[in-house]
Structures are given as structure tokens and as C-alpha cells.
Design a protein around this ligand. Structure first.
Ligand SMILES: Cc1cc2nc3c(=O)[nH]c(=O)nc-3n(C[C@H](O)[C@H](O)[C@H](O)COP(=O)(O)O)c2cc1C
Length: 182
């Protein structure tokens, strides 16, 4: 089973990307979590650019999503919303439909007590509009994230590691329970 993990942060030292890297090490056997590294390459979305052939970076994204059994998105909150780069990516997928019925895990993480809950809610809603499958138990808000990772971006809080494992399990169960949709 292949899960594509997308971080909403472009920062090299991103805590959100660190959580996805940690998730990759927590995945059960038979489940591969691959970090998407093309967010920074996507052009600004415009309906006039959304024609065939799509820009290479957009084609690559769409292919990777089509080949993924499920998706994990982990994002920080910027100005009470999701980062523009993440929303830009979702705009490229509105017409092509890769998220339709796709099991998606929505995670937000931030240094504050809210853990990016407003970005989480907005991302969740956008994915609902794209008719993604948002399985129960596959959602997570991670407050105080900087206190729960070490300097190498590894999880030091066993509660967080357990929560992340549980998110992955819920996502995997959702894939196993859903009919194959090509
Ligand atoms: C432009 C900008 C806006 C931000 N706005 C918020 C915000 O509205 N709420 C919040 O909790 N944190 C906010 N933050 C703090 C980020 O959540 C924090 O920097 C986070 O660690 C970034 O995630 P990363 O480590 O994955 O890059 C903002 C940061 C930036 C750079």
C-alpha cells in the first residue's frame, strides 16, 4: 500500500515535514509512506493554465496522487488559514479530480496551543468539497509541536508517536475497506 505524504510547509527544517518523516518510520509492514517533494515546483494556478498538456510539475503531482492508495497532508497554519502553496496545489486538482473518494488523513501541527486548528478545519472542508474520503480517526491536530520533537526532527513524545500510529492505522483500514477505484 502506498501513501503519499504532503507537507504544507516549504521550510527545510519544517516540523510538519518532520512529522511526515516520522510517520514513514511508524508505518506497518506492507505500507510505504513517500514524501511528496514537488510543492515548490508548482506554478501559480490559473484556469487558463489548466489545459492539456498540463505543466510537467502538475502532471507529476497528478500521477503520484493517482498511484497513491491514500494521502496524508500535514500542514502549519498561516494567518489562520492553510499556506498559500498548499491551497495552490489543491486548486490544480479541482478539475482533474485525483482526490475524489481518495482516503486522506488531515493533520495540522504548530508551536501554539491551537496546533493550527483553524488551518485544519479549512483544509478538511476543502477536501470535503473535493469529495475526498476523510476517515474517522485519520485526523490529528498537534499542538506545541516544537516541544515534542528533538533537534533532528524526531518525535520525543510517546503520546504523539502513538497518535500518529493510530492515524496511519485508520487510514490503512479505510483503504482496505474501500473498493478499488483505479
Ligand atoms: C506567515 C506566517 C503566518 C503564521 N500564522 C500563524 C497562525 O495564524 N496561527 C498559528 O498558530 N501559527 C502561525 N504561524 C506559525 C507557524 O504555525 C509555525 O511557524 C510553524 O512551526 C510552521 O510550520 P513548519 O515548522 O512546518 O514550517 C505563522 C507563521 C508564518 C511564517
Amino acid at each position: 500500500m502506498n501513501i503519499l505524504a504532503i507537507s504544507g510547509s516549504l521550510r527545510a527544517a519544517s516540523t510538519n515535514t518532520s512529522l511526515l518523516r516520522a510517520a514513514a518510520t511508524l508505518a506497518p509492514s506492507g505500507v510505504t509512506i513517500t514524501i511528496y517533494d514537488g510543492l515548490d515546483d508548482l506554478p501559480h494556478f490559473s484556469p487558463e493554465r489548466d489545459v492539456e498538456p498540463a505543466p510537467d510539475s502538475v502532471s507529476r503531482l497528478r500521477t503520484q496522487l493517482r498511484q497513491a492508495d491514500a494521502v496524508m497532508i500535514c500542514t502549519p497554519e498561516y494567518i489562520h488559514g492553510m499556506p498559500g502553496v498548499l491551497k495552490n496545489m489543491l486548486d490544480w486538482l479541482a478539475s482533474s479530480g485525483e482526490f475524489v473518494y481518495k482516503p486522506v488523513s488531515v493533520i495540522s501541527a504548530g508551536p501554539s496551543a491551537s496546533g493550527g486548528s483553524r488551518a485544519h478545519a479549512l483544509l478538511f472542508h476543502t477536501l470535503e468539497v473535493l469529495t475526498a474520503h476523510l476517515p474517522e480517526g485519520a485526523s490529528l491536530i498537534v499542538p506545541s509541536v516544537k516541544m515534542r520533537l528533538n533537534g533532528h526532527g524526531e518525535i520525543t513524545d510517546p503520546v504523539l508517536a502513538q497518535e500518529l500510529k493510530s492515524v496511519i492505522d485508520s487510514l490503512v483500514n479505510a483503504v482496505q475497506a474501500s473498493p478499488a477505484i483505479g
